[in-house]
Ligand binder design. Structure first.
Ligand code: ATP
Ligand code: MG
Length: 439
């Protein structure tokens, strides 16, 4: 038996084989999900991308040589089976395959580091250590099918709204915003950092005449979080739009969220069924609650929150109980938002910043940005930062900078809301957190 493909090619995936195809010859390829040897008959469950097909081999109906080969197969080995479709009320999908030839393409070692049939539940750390096997489970791969579709629909939507996709550097010379901690790296003879946000580059692009830009790329946060909603490397969906304010930014964000959810619901039916998740399309407009009102709501529920404070986890949880779905929190205190956030014209203590929440989870932060050079310098100083280290950025504000606004959505948190996951690690193929840097 050769382990090479030669002229053997898959004709069907499991999901495509229907009882109407009775007596047709097919070639299926995949992993051995389960083996049952009942003596006179062998059942092999072959698993492929999104389904499982039963291969039924009764000793009386197939060549003795083939029967012996089948007996030797091991779980999770990769095989190609050529055979005939037969109706079977008991088998998955109502069909089984009577094999004519089998190719063993790759033999699996036993025992397996993880059970792929999901009969034995493993801890997340064990699963992540052997992520390539963990991903063979349809309940795990389903999350990434949703994430892929979400990113696809986000791109489609932004392209349809005339946004240009950009790529900004992830190797940066200095801190973007202050506040968040950065990962230092060695850049030849100098120190550099991994980018925590494309914010300053997106803004410089506003002075370039592109008007509408977006980037979907990793951001790195060096905070020592150990929560179910923080990672040290995440994918940020970042948008910036010239000649707009925070209201326009919220409107476009809301529209994108609804589009992406609608699209996922339409195109990922199987994945959502596998996840047993009932994805709801949110109604628009999303409720918009001012920060002051939010503080009152939180305090009324017995969780202490002072004016001017950022939301504690307890405050987020209370809001999650009060608000069932997506909502914005607007008019944040200027003091607790980054230096580039535009203060409100009526009351500069309040800002043009907003957060998009889903229940108790922050999905996005956004704002109208300062486009006035002198105000920006003043704000940088007031945050205790040195304007000199922002020279190249600040220059973009001296030669014609339009008013602009934008936001960043964490792709993983957004995926959590679309798949019903409570641990962000479930939504990243190979997560990076405080303790994990491999695989
Ligand atoms: P949080 O307060 O929840 O820690 P943040 O306000 O620090 O988040 P922002 O800097 O506003 O995060 O980043 C914009 C978005 O990027 C967040 O709303 C979130 O969706 C995502 N994001 C940022 N940092 C992380 C992280 N460490 N892990 C996962 N997602 C993140
Ligand atoms: Mg935020």
């Amino acid at each position: 038996m050769t382990d090479l493909l030669e002229d053997c090619r898959r004709t069907h995936y499991s999901k495509q084989i229907k009882p109407e195809m009775k007596d047709e010859d097919v070639v299926i390829m995949g992993w051995i999900h389960e083996m049952r040897d009942l003596g006179g008959i062998i059942f092999v469950l072959l698993r492929d991308r999104d389904g499982v097909t039963q291969v039924t081999a009764p000793s009386k109906k197939i060549e003795p040589e083939l029967f012996e080969e089948l007996k030797k197969l091991k779980k999770e080995s990769v095989i190609a089976v050529k055979g005939r479709v037969q109706e079977s009320a008991k088998a998955p999908g109502g069909v089984e395959i009577i094999p004519e030839t089998i190719k063993l393409l790759s033999e699996s070692k036993l025992p397996l580091p993880l059970d792929t049939t999901e009969k034995v539940r493993a801890e997340i750390d064990t699963r992540l250590d052997s992520r390539f096997i963990d991903l063979r489970k349809h309940s795990v791969s389903a999350i990434f099918k949703v994430k892929s579709r979400m990113l696809h629909s986000v791109r489609n939507f932004l392209e349809s709204e005339n946004y240009t996709e950009i790529n900004t550097p992830k190797l940066v010379g200095s801190a973007t915003e202050g506040g968040t901690e950065l990962f230092p790296i060695t850049y030849f003879e100098r120190e550099a950092f991994l980018g925590q946000s494309p914010q300053l580059y997106k803004q410089m692009m506003m002075a370039s005449g592109f008007d509408n830009v977006y980037e979907i790329a990793p951001i790195f946060r060096a905070e020592e979080h150990d929560t179910l909603r923080h990672l040290n490397e995440v994918i940020s969906i970042d948008v910036e739009t010239a000649f707009t304010d925070q209201i326009d930014a919220m409107n476009i964000l809301e529209k994108m969220v609804v589009k992406a959810i609608t699209d996922v619901k339409e195109h990922c039916k199987d994945a959502l069924d596998t996840l047993e998740f009932d994805l709801q399309i949110p109604e628009t407009p999303f409720p918009r609650i001012e920060y002051d009102e939010m503080v009152e709501m939180v305090n009324n529920k017995g969780v202490k929150m002072e004016h001017g404070e950022d939301m504690s986890r307890a405050a987020e949880k209370v809001m999650g109980e009060l608000m069932d779905g997506y909502y914005f929190i607007t008019a944040w205190p200027t003091d607790i938002k980054p230096f580039y956030v535009q203060p409100s014209a009526e009351d500069p203590a309040k800002s043009c910043a907003f957060d998009l929440m889903y229940k108790d989870l922050e999905i996005s932060s956004g704002a109208m940005r300062i486009h006035n050079h002198d105000l920006l310098v003043e704000k940088i100083k007031s945050k205790g930062l040195n304007p000199d280290s922002f020279n190249r950025y600040l220059a973009a504000f001296e030669y014609g900078m339009p008013p602009h606004a934008g936001w960043g959505v964490g792709a993983e948190r957004f995926t959590m809301t679309m798949t019903g996951q409570t641990n962000i690690r479930e939504t990243v193929l190979f997560p990076r957190d405080r303790r994990r840097l491999t695989p």
